[in-house]
Design a binder for this molecule. Structure first.
Ligand code: MG
Length: 185
C-alpha cells in the first residue's frame, strides 16, 4: 500500500516548536495554553502581532523553525519505519518552499524517518497537493490543514486528519496521536 504524509504539524510538532522560538526571540513568556487554543494555523496572535507582522516573523525565523530541534510527534517515525519494514511505500508531501526541500529531506533522515528521495515531494501550494496525491494513487493520506483536506473530498483514498486545535470541525477519521494509532481496514 501507498501511504502519504504531510510533515509539518502532522509528523512533527513544528508550530509548537516555533511558539517556543517566538517566546525566546521576543523575550516573552506566553503560556502554551494560548497555543492550544489557537483556531488558526498561524501562531502570531498571542504575541500581539498583526497578520503582516506575523508573516514577517515567520519568514525571518524559518531557518531556526525548520532546522533546529523540532520534535517529531511521539511514535511517528516508529510507525513510518514499521510501514516500510512491512513492505509499504511511504511518501512525503510538504508545501515547504522549494529552496528548503533538499535540506528538509536530510533533516527528516537525521531525525529517524524513512526517506526515499523519489518519494519526497515539496514546494507545491496547498491546493496542488491533491494532484500529486492523485498521480501517486495513494491509498492513505494524512494532513493537519483543513484547506488541504477539503481538496481531497471525493478522492478514492482514505484520508485522516492529524488532531490540532484548528481542525476540530473536520469530520473525517482523526489521528489523536501516533502511538495509539491503528489503521481502519
Ligand atoms: Mg501540515
Amino acid at each position: 500500500m501507498k501511504f502519504g504524509f504531510d510533515i509539518d504539524d502532522t509528523l512533527i510538532n513544528l508550530r509548537e516548536h516555533a511558539f517556543h522560538l517566538y517566546n525566546q526571540k521576543m523575550n516573552k513568556h506566553i503560556d502554551l495554553k494560548a497555543f492550544r487554543e489557537l483556531q488558526r494555523v498561524e501562531i502570531h496572535e498571542p504575541f500581539g502581532l498583526t497578520d503582516e507582522e506575523g508573516k514577517r516573523m515567520w519568514d525571518s525565523s524559518l531557518e531556526e523553525i525548520y532546522y533546529t530541534s523540532c520534535p517529531a510527534f511521539p511514535g511517528a517515525a516508529e510507525l513510518l519505519n514499521d510501514l516500510v519494514d512491512k513492505g509499504h511505500e511511504v511518501y512525503y508531501i510538504t508545501s515547504r518552499p522549494k529552496e528548503h526541500g533538499e535540506r528538509t529531506m536530510k533533516w527528516m533522515v537525521e531525525n529517524g524517518f524513512p526517506v526515499q528521495s523519489d518519494r519526497f515531494f515539496y514546494g507545491m501550494k496547498d491546493s496542488e497537493k491533491v494532484d500529486i496525491i492523485r498521480n501517486l494513487q495513494l491509498d492513505y493520506y494524512f494532513d493537519d490543514k483543513p484547506e488541504v483536506l477539503e481538496t481531497l473530498h471525493g478522492e478514492s483514498l482514505r484520508v485522516y486528519v492529524k488532531d490540532q486545535s484548528y481542525n476540530q470541525h473536520v469530520a473525517i477519521p482523526r489521528v489523536k496521536n501516533w502511538i495509539d494509532f491503528t489503521f481502519e481496514d
